[in-house]
Ligand binder design. Structure first.
Ligand SMILES: Cc1ncc(COP(=O)(O)O)c(C=O)c1O
Length: 372
């Protein structure tokens, strides 16, 4: 039986109660809240779509080098990061804002653009954070099932909410890891109600070949794109993200958050990561290889899953996913949560090859009924 420290137990239970108390659902809170037990140091943790590789060496070196200057705000470093991103994407630097991950701007965008008169429109299943924020503004939350190919059903989303304030598109989608064609997002943008925004969450875009929606921002559309350094860049605990939007939209999104400085460690790590042209293709290749080997194993063993273009996928356990999750935790493998619409599916994050082999052994044991 795995051992665990009292500290990690307190940490997880605090996150779970914070999730309940504030009714705001961030990824780590949701992962912790759904966990039935604290985890051991050697547990396989594939429940929160984190990147087991962590930051690249150049990012680690940049953080170590900036520590002596930690007594300064050094906000020029944040400007440098925004300029570097703007330059690499051919955008005006005024369109880029650096934030502590994408959780704050996602929340703020929903607060800014939804109200009892302006609904929040999302796919179902989808990343839940926006829904919990919409509940705070008193907005109607409209969940529209994905299409048969697990894309956002943009026509149904438009039809369901002529009063929309925010259309939330996560591409690739969390939890399915599936893509929505660029043409569909363009259609949504062209046909949405006036004064609404299309909020495109590109947290996982680097794991896929999907084109970005930044071209629609460049074209001056009512589109807000969110990026994060938490996923492919392996910086979830360091906190860095980007809001990319027309300045008038970005101002509306960010004004409720007040002004703050970014931690210099996160900023220099993000800058060093963007400067490495190999990082994204290399990590995309690694993730895709491990994902494919996992799918091959699931195929060989007759398990059903939704093919994904991301670092997570939904696995159909054909029984209550919560029970499987609990049984897997007893095997020291923490897998992701279920979604109400698909209660037999559990979300699996693609970990290292070694972690996925441990996941396979535990999953086989749980499904064959020979687990502890
Ligand atoms: C779709 C999506 N958006 C946003 C986030 C927030 O990530 P972060 O605040 O670490 O950038 C997550 C976290 O898992 C996510 O899955």
């Amino acid at each position: 039986m795995p051992s665990f420290s009292r500290r990690s137990f307190l940490h997880l239970s605090a996150a779970a109660s914070a999730a309940a108390a504030f009714r705001v659902m961030t990824e780590p809170m949701l992962a912790a809240a759904a966990s039935r037990r604290p985890h051991a140091a050697d547990a396989v943790v594939i429940d929160a779509n984190e990147n087991p590789l962590g930051p690249i060496q150049a990012a680690r070196d940049a953080m170590a080098a900036i520590i002596p200057q930690g007594g300064r705000y050094s906000d020029n470093l944040t400007d440098d990061l925004a300029s570097l991103f703007a330059q690499s994407e051919g955008l005006d630097p005024d369109y880029i804002h650096v934030t502590a991950g994408s959780t704050p701007p996602l929340s703020l965008a929903v607060l800014a653009f939804t109200s009892p008169q302006k609904s929040y429109v999302t796919a179902d299943p989808a990343f839940e954070l926006g829904m919990s924020m919409a509940a705070k503004t008193g907005a109607r939350v409209v969940g529209v099932p994905l299409t048969k190919t697990y894309a956002h059903d943009v026509k149904a989303m438009l039809a369901a909410a002529p009063d929309a304030g925010v259309f939330y598109i996560c591409n690739p989608n969390n939890p399915t890891g599936t893509l929505t064609p660029h043409a569909d997002i363009e259609y949504l943008v062209a046909n949405k109600p006036k004064d609404s925004i299309v909020l495109v969450d590109e947290a996982y875009i680097h794991f896929s070949d999907a084109p970005s929606t930044l071209d629609l921002v460049k074209a001056g559309k009512d589109v807000v794109v969110l990026r994060t350094f938490s996923k492919v860049y392996g910086m979830a605990g360091l906190r860095c993200g980007l809001v990319i939007a027309r300045p008038d939209l970005a101002d509306k999104v960010l004004e409720r958050g007040g002004y703050n400085f970014m931690p210099v460690t996160a900023v220099v790590a993000a800058t060093a990561s963007l400067k490495d042209p190999q990082l994204v293709p290399e990590r995309r290749r690694i993730n895709a290889g491990i994902r494919q080997r996992t799918f091959d194993w699931l195929d060989r063993n007759g398990y059903a899953y939704i093919p994904s273009q991301s670092n997570c996928f939904l696995l159909d356990t054909k029984r209550p996913g919560k029970d499987v999750r609990e049984a897997m935790a007893k095997e020291n493998v923490l897998i992701g949560r279920t979604w109400p619409l698909m209660p037999t599916h559990v979300r699996i994050t693609v970990g290292t090859q070694e972690e996925m082999e441990k996941f396979q052994a535990a999953f086989q044991k749980v499904m064959k009924g020979s687990a502890a």
